[in-house]
Design a protein around this ligand. Sequence first.
Ligand SMILES: [Zn+2]
Length: 388
Amino acid sequence: MSVFDSLVGQDHVVEVLEVAAHDAAIEPAGPTMTHAWLFIGPPGSGRSNAAIAFGAALVCPQAGCGVCEDCVAVLSGNHPDVEVVRPEGLSYKTEEARNLVGRADMAPTRARWHVIVLEDADRLTESANNVLLKSIEEPASRTVWLLCAPSVEDLLPTVRSRCQVVGLRTPATDAVAAFLQSQGVDPGTAAFAARASMGHIGRARALATIESVRNRRHDVLIMMRDLSDLASCMAAAGNIVEAAKADAEAMLSEREETERSDMLLALGAGAEGKGIKRVTKAALKDLEDRQSARRNRAVRDELDRVLVDLLAWFRDVLALQEEAPVELVNEEMRVDLERMADESSTADTLLRITAIRDARQALSMNVAPQLAMEAMVVKLRAPRLAGR
Ligand SMILES: [Zn+2]
């Protein structure tokens, strides 16, 4: 048993982290241990899980046994010396970075290291980046920074040059399927979810375990067959946005409820009702604001995932048109895919793939989701018309 057991298809990285964790446990720390690490990998490859597991290994007396009090506390998000930070909105604000730097200077309370896991470090604004830089360049003697981002290019060179880079890969389909089975998912569902998620662990887990997520994915793909007139296109665009909202809701609602009841408990309010004190109301309002910002971000993330599903759909169509010897992502919908491959040309498919890429780009530039989806769906319906 090891704290790294939950990393899927990342054996090459586990070895490096294990050595570093052992080096971190000796006094003075060995040569492979440094104060700033950057975990990079495509969305869903598990970079923040890897960082959190490494954080556990740093505070565990056995360098990551996975079962001791320290390991368990870190993995459940309750260790005083391992802080996991996520941007509350679309990006980290300068003030968030300042608060963080203030906390980073503090010594660990019970472990050897004070670990800060900074998720989505690519969402640091330039000024937030600069605020963090000094603390990363010259960290307090017991502080370790674990930054997570899609790629090294997502960080300012000044920050990334200070970090030891840990590169995660998109896990292979069979590694994801095996992981889902180890979590109690039946083999058939595990194989489907691994294929459909294309190596995105969180998405694979949601597809395997939440029926409504599975159904919505199916509905969105089915829609691609039936884009006959403009009205149905507009409806489809709306449905895609709704599906993303519902997926975000399915994945966040439990966490939001826990946060709310934890806060009420901490404030001693116990039950809800008219008796809630003013201070409690203010704290709840603050929590709701943060949850709402996070939800907006989650909707965009889910929307991007829907677009990745659509990309996979047209990639399958293209594979059939070109008779490429590859496994279809959407094997279970082969009949529909073959019909579309027959009824359209390779050029159409390429234009459609471009339309989806454009939509992803627009979303990342903060275009309103509904508008981005409408523009995309119209191009998907009549790719050559829209190209002129
Ligand atoms: Zn342990």
